[in-house]
Design a protein around this ligand. Sequence first.
Ligand code: AMP
Length: 266
Amino acid sequence: MKIARTIAELPRLSDSVGLVPTMGAFHAGHLALFEAARQENDVVVASLFVNPAQFGEREDLERYPRDEERDAELAEEAGVDVLFTPSPEEMYPEGYATWVDVGELGRKLEGEFRPGHFRGVATVCLKLFNIVRPDRAYFGQKDAQQAAVIKQLVRDLNLDLEIRVVPTVRDDDGLALSSRNAYLSPEERETALALPRALATGDLGRARELLAGLDIDYVEEANFNGQRVLAAAVRVGKTRLIDNVVLEIPCQDSSWLGRTNKGEPK
Ligand code: AMP
C-alpha cells in the first residue's frame, strides 16, 4: 500500500477507482467500506483527513482519536491500495474561499445542531472527488444524512461518479461502531445502549420514550432522498452519538439493524 501525504504523491490512476473518505481511527465500519470498494474497483483509495471545516468551534477536533500507524496497517490488511493523508494546509491553503452549501438538507437534524457541518463535509468531499477522480465513492448508512448530502451534491453539480452506501456495522451489544465510542467509559457505554435499543423499535413514539432521561439533541423520522429513517442524536457525558435505522424494511427481517462487526446479521 502506498501512503500519499500530498496531492502530488498520489499515483496517476487509469483503472477503475473506488474512494473511501474517512477521518481515521478505523473500526469494522470503515473496513466494511474498504471491502465494498475492493469488490468492484481495480484500485481502492482511502483518504484519512480529520477535516477541520466540519467541526464546530466547541467540538472535538483537537481530541478526535488519531493513530495513523495503526490505521495504515488496518487499511493495508483490508486491501486498500493508496492511503491519502493530506495536511490541512494543503487542503485549505491561506486564502481558501470556496464552500459548497447543499441547502435545506444540510440545515435540518444534524445540520441544526452542528451549523456549518455539512458545508464542511460537502466541500471536502467535492475536493477529494476532484483530487482522486474516483468512479465510485463509499459512505456508511450510519451517517444517513451525510450520505444524502453527498448524493445531493453529486446530482446538483453533475459529478461523474457513483455513490454507494454501506449498511451500518454494529458491535455485539448493538451500538453502532464509531470512532467516538472510544471516548465512552464502561458506564457511559451501558447508558449509550439505549440509543440502538430505542431505534430498533422502528417507532418514533416508543423511541422517544426509551430515550427519555438521556440528553437528546433530536429523535426524528426523516426522509432522505426517498429513504425513510428513524434517526437520533444523543449526548452521553461529553460524547455525542448518532444512529439511525431504515424504516422501509419490515421489522420481522432482523437484518434491518445492520451487521455485527463479525459480519453476522444482528
Ligand atoms: P468517519 O471516519 O467517522 O468520518 O467515517 C468514514 C465513513 O465510514 C463514513 O462514510 C461513515 O458513514 C462510515 N462509517 C462510520 N461508522 C460506520 C459504521 N458503524 N458502519 C458503517 N459505516 C460507518
